[in-house]
Design a protein around this ligand. Structure first.
Ligand code: ZN
Length: 60
């Protein structure tokens, strides 16, 4: 059943392409909820310092 398989494949792959991949140390800005990479010391959007974030996100 080719059609059914295509739908199933789209369900599996879509979230991967839509959602940004989070990595260890990535953090969310408490001011604007912007996703920032672990390498950033301040928010990419509003320049809030990373020190304001209590806990970095750990992705196992
Ligand atoms: Zn921010």
């Amino acid at each position: 059943m080719v059609t059914g398989y295509a739908i199933l494949a789209s369900i599996i792959t879509l979230p991967v392409h839509r959602a940004k991949p989070w990595r260890n140390g990535d953090w969310m800005c408490t001011n604007c909820n912007n996703h920032n990479y672990a390498s950033r010391s301040w928010c990419n959007r509003c320049k809030t310092q990373r020190d304001m974030v209590p806990q970095p996100v750990n992705v196992l």
